[in-house]
Design a protein around this ligand. Structure first.
Ligand code: G6P
Length: 481
């Protein structure tokens, strides 16, 4: 039996059994990447997903130990929810995971809190919050030890202490860890890592190094991880791997993918959201993401304004899905987006161009329709583990004839840009969202289909490197670790 450990449950229950409204599936890159690798539960074997019980009606669905069998399109999935004390969740999730690690992990090339007024400074966690983080990680490790299994695959920065805890607890199977975010550069993050914060970061990395295999998205992430492990944890680099306390920890890059077949099946059917103005005479520029300060939404809006001011003519539709309610660091981003969106909107109105920028979660069918119909899919992550939206866009576009497809833009520090380096002429173009003039230029070129539209070669590559291949490669490497 295999265990998947992720901070979030696969779905949250928003209604009691028999009540109206189905469960709400978790959204975001982690679940998109992991969902396709789950093995249905046949009564004795399959995947068991362990995640926090955060849905308002979760308890009514689970037994006393938090277990339930979830019916999913892929078959029944065995699921265990951990019910955590509210104080522990707040310290663990709001303070440690989102107040410290999330902004810190994205500091790969630029000291973003210095550069961008809306980007939060990673706050060194208080002792109380760090204890909560440890308790939550211990609860996950305890559940995995009790379930036992041949393989335990731990996901992301919220659960980094679990691999070492499993080792201490005598877990008999193999432990893999995967970081869905970037791994930061110590040099760039220097000012965010004064002594107390640095010690927390070192403890976090020590936890990860309890795994047999630690995977990251790109080779550059793997390099930065090795360097930090040498400097902070006393590990020795041996080829691609790390030696620590007499043990070898495998380190490798596994660029995440999407469920391309599933998306290709669904993409042709959906209809555009009603709010999107349809003007067949104008090309459509689309922006889609979680409303996160790593996604470059203000930078995209600025580029859109600059292009319109320069005389470019296009319709624009941007949708940012609300994320992490209650985490205060998101307020400054919201204010900046509103300011830039109202500027761009006024400019567009003045030129008679359709413009919508909305903070809302769309139906999946609407997301697919936007990605399919766009002439330019303009993602602009300032830093990102992978960013699956450009890959989803490529597959959605593939339902159109090759000559009529659009161009997909992605931030240069998103994993997708290094994983697909060499596909610029095939419709996936990297841009630097921190350079306004270059971003505007990239948008203008993309509107002209330059340097090339989404090609069959790119579509084939995205299909080949899909989520199933990602899961197989990771688990294969863990088997050999
Ligand atoms: C996105 C990121 C993941 C992260 C997840 C957490 O999916 O790509 O790296 O683990 O968000 O989301 P949450 O809503 O639980 O904070």
């Amino acid at each position: 039996m295999d265990l998947i450990l992720a901070n979030r449950a696969l779905v949250d229950h928003h209604a009691p059994p028999g009540g109206a409204g189905g469960p709400a599936p978790a959204t975001g890159g982690l679940v998109e990447a992991v969902r396709p690798v789950l093995v249905p539960w046949d009564g004795a074997a399959g995947t068991t997903w362990i995640g926090a019980g955060r849905g308002p009606h979760d308890r009514a669905w689970t037994d006393d130990a938090g277990f339930e069998l979830l019916e999913t399109p892929a078959g029944p999935i065995r699921h265990q929810r951990l019910y955590l004390a509210e104080d522990d969740w707040r310290g663990h999730y709001a303070e440690v995971a989102n107040g410290f690690f999330w902004p810190l992990l994205h500091l790969v090339r630029v000291d973003l809190p210095l550069k961008l007024a809306y980007y939060p400074t990673p706050e060194a966690p208080s002792d109380a919050a760090w204890s909560a983080y440890e308790r939550v990680n211990r609860a996950f490790a305890g559940a995995a030890l009790a379930a036992s299994g041949e393989v335990c695959w731990v996901h992301d920065y919220q659960l980094a202490l679990v691999p070492a805890m499993l080792r201490e607890g005598g877990f008999r199977g193999r432990t893999g860890f995967f970081l869905h975010t970037p791994f930061p550069s110590l040099a760039v993050a220097e000012s965010s890592l004064p002594p107390p914060a640095r010690a927390r970061f070192a403890a976090w990395l020590d936890g990860i190094l309890g795994a047999d295999l630690a995977g990251v998205q790109t080779e550059a992430d793997a390099d930065r991880l090795r360097e930090a492990a040498e400097r902070l944890c006393g590990a020795r680099v041996e080829g691609p791997d790390l030696r620590l306390n007499g043990r070898l920890v495998r380190i490798a890059a596994f660029p995440a993918g999407i469920d391309a077949d599933d998306l290709a099946r669904q993409a042709p059917a959906g209809a555009l959201p009603a709010a999107v103005p349809h003007d067949p005479a104008l090309p459509l520029v689309v922006g889609l993401e979680r409303a996160d300060y790593t996604k470059g939404v203000p930078e995209r809006l600025a580029a859109v304004s600059a292009a319109i001011a320069g005389g470019a003519r296009f319709a624009y539709a941007g949708f940012s899905a609300p994320t992490r309610p209650g985490v205060p660091a998101y307020d400054a981003l919201q204010a900046e987006c509103e300011r830039l969106a109202s500027e761009a909107s006024a400019l567009a109105a003045d030129r008679g161009l359709p413009f919508v920028q909305s903070r809302e979660a769309l139906a999946w069918s609407e997301v697919l329709a936007l990605l399919r119909e766009a002439d330019v899919v303009f993602t602009a992550s300032i830093a990102d583990g992978m960013n699956l939206v450009p890959l989803q866009a490529v597959i959605a576009q593939s339902s159109r004839p090759a000559g009529e497809r659009g161009v997909v833009l992605a931030g240069r520090d998103a994993g997708v840009s290094s994983a697909y380096a060499g596909f610029e002429d095939d419709g996936l173009v990297a841009l630097d969202p921190l350079k306004p003039e270059a971003s505007k230029r990239a948008l203008l070129d993309a509107l002209e289909g330059r340097p090339g539209r989404v090609s069959d070669r790119l579509v084939a590559a995205v299909r080949e490197r899909d989520a199933h291949a990602w899961g197989r490669t990771f688990l294969g490497a863990l088997d050999g670790a």
